[in-house]
Design a protein around this ligand. Structure first.
Ligand code: CTP
Length: 476
């Protein structure tokens, strides 16, 4: 990319929208500009569906009048922020009046005053996001780049337009945004901007959790999430926004024995899983959390060295709290992550010779439709630097995969439900809900999974009667 001219009319790809805004703005004698992410992404040739328009006057008025001419969806108005939005087909157009804005210390709410286009550009986060293109008749398509943002785009640098202390204090979320853009665009953060993040990291505490988590998720979904996590760690933000992950870092040595650094190991797993998880946020979260309980379960003994017994179980129990704190959804997505964390060692433990159909059936049943993702996670967890070891593991792993496929073809366990459920057990013995119902239900399920009885109604029913006698529900 080489940007040498000062005319960027050709960047105005969504020509009809821009021409209309230009005409409407001209009629009400209000200057208007395209600004921010749209301009940046057009130059970088990235796909964008959002357009930000800044106008010297009321953004809401301009939005209403533009919507009328374009005959598009109703205008969404955000009165408190003085902004308005319209949808033109797939494109979302935001309108805002040019502002000078600043956040007061310890306050989440900005103090906003009207401003000029220069003042508006001043208060934006990074030079590459402060680029504007005029939509005004007199200089339509003129490029306005007061901070050499195009040069920074060329050099792949993230830099604040003003003194970074001021830019970050205006909105501390921008520290996370810097790291997010760095992971998404593979840009470097310029050194004084990076230092300011280290210095101002504590200020992240005034930002709403939802905004922090949105950036965190964008980092996780980016092409280089591990770059983002390393930056979060280096700048001191990680321990403030996601302490459990920070605690994975470090190596202990006792009696000359050490363990691997679980922070870097987890990032390697994340890197490994990237090609199989494009757009799959929750599989990436599972990779991030698979070893999260290692610090809590770490023990040392002379014979075995470092152990992390039960970290998969403890880790799965930590997932809801982490999701709650980060304001991530507590629904099936959390349960999915929890399940993968709980089961992440199981396929590996099956890769020894003594692998039984019953163990495989159990795994199929417990993983259900998420088996494939579990296998992907497990495979990504093989990070050994020893090439031979790695190949050996991966080969064994393929064998397990094949056996699982064969067994599933035969027994159809993934979406299987035992032939006799709790309701039928209660009706059969005329009993109310009680713990014995659970015991009987479990025993039928286990008997089928372990191959003691066949997966048929009659065998399950006969087995139920035997078990009911054993635990005294019916007389022997
Ligand atoms: N902006 C800012 N400070 C913020 C958020 C946004 O200065 N904390 C400015 C930037 O100029 C940014 C524009 O508002 O380009 C639009 O913000 P947003 O839509 O959040 O970001 P984009 O840059 O468009 O990038 P993306 O769509 O990837 O989030």
């Amino acid at each position: 990319m080489n940007i040498s001219e000062n005319k960027y009319g050709d960047l105005l790809g969504s020509e009809k929208i821009f021409k209309t805004i230009s005409n409407v703005a001209g009629k009400i004698d209000q200057q208007a500009f395209v600004i921010g992410g749209y301009v940046r992404d057009q130059i970088l040739k990235r796909e964008t569906k959002d357009i930000d328009i800044v106008t010297l006057g009321s953004g809401i008025e301009l939005a209403k009048k533009t919507a009328k001419v374009l005959n598009c969806s109703p205008v969404k108005i955000f009165k408190n922020f003085g902004t308005a939005m319209i949808n033109v087909g797939e494109i979302e157009v935001q309108f805002v009046g040019a502002r000078k804005e600043s956040y007061r210390k310890n306050s989440r709410n900005p103090v906003v005053e009207d401003g000029t286009i220069e003042e508006d550009q001043n208060r934006r986060d990074f030079t590459i996001n402060a680029l504007a293109i005029s939509l005004n008749k007199k200089d339509y398509g003129e490029f306005i780049d007061p901070f050499n943002g195009t040069q920074d785009l060329n050099e792949k640098v993230l830099k604040t337009p003003l003194d970074p202390d001021i830019t970050f204090s205006d909105d501390p979320l921008r520290m996370m945004r810097a790291i997010r853009f760095s992971s998404q665009l593979d840009f470097n953060i310029e050194s004084s901007t990076l230092k300011a993040i280290q210095k101002n990291a504590d200020r992240i505490s005034i930002v709403a959790q939802e905004r922090i988590t949105e950036e965190l998720n964008k980092i996780i979904l980016s092409d280089q999430p591990s770059k983002g996590f390393k930056l979060l760690e280096e700048t001191g933000l990680l321990k403030l926004i996601f302490l459990e992950f920070q605690l994975l870092k470090g190596v202990d040595i006792l009696e000359g024995k050490s363990h691997k650094d679980n922070f870097y190991h987890t990032l390697k797993v994340l890197d490994n899983i990237l090609p199989y998880s494009k757009g799959n946020l929750w599989l990436r979260w599972a990779a991030l959390l698979h070893d999260i309980a290692k610090p809590n379960t770490k023990r040392f003994n002379t014979k075995q060295g470092w152990t992390f017994h039960g970290h998969e179980d403890k880790g799965a129990r930590m997932v809801p709290n982490i999701f709650r704190k980060l304001k991530l959804p507590l629904d099936h997505q959390m349960k999915y992550v929890q399940k993968l964390v709980l089961l992440h060692l199981r396929p590996i433990s099956l890769t020894n010779e003594s692998i039984t159909d019953s163990a495989l059936r159990r795994l199929l049943f417990e993983a259900g439709n998420d088996l494939e993702d579990l296998m992907t996670l497990c495979q990504s967890d093989i990070t050994s630097k020893n090439k031979e070891k790695k190949i050996k593991y991966l080969n064994r792993f393929e064998q397990v995969k094949k056996k699982l496929r064969d067994l599933e073809d035969r027994d159809k366990i993934k979406n299987w439900q035992p032939p006799i459920g709790g309701k039928e057990i209660m009706e059969t013995f005329n009993i109310k809900p009680c713990k014995e119902v659970g015991i009987l239900k479990e025993s039928i399920k286990n008997a089928i999974l372990d191959g003691i009885i066949k997966n048929s109604y009659q065998e399950a029913y006969d087995y139920l009667l035997i078990k009911a006698k054993e635990i005294g529900i019916i007389e022997k």
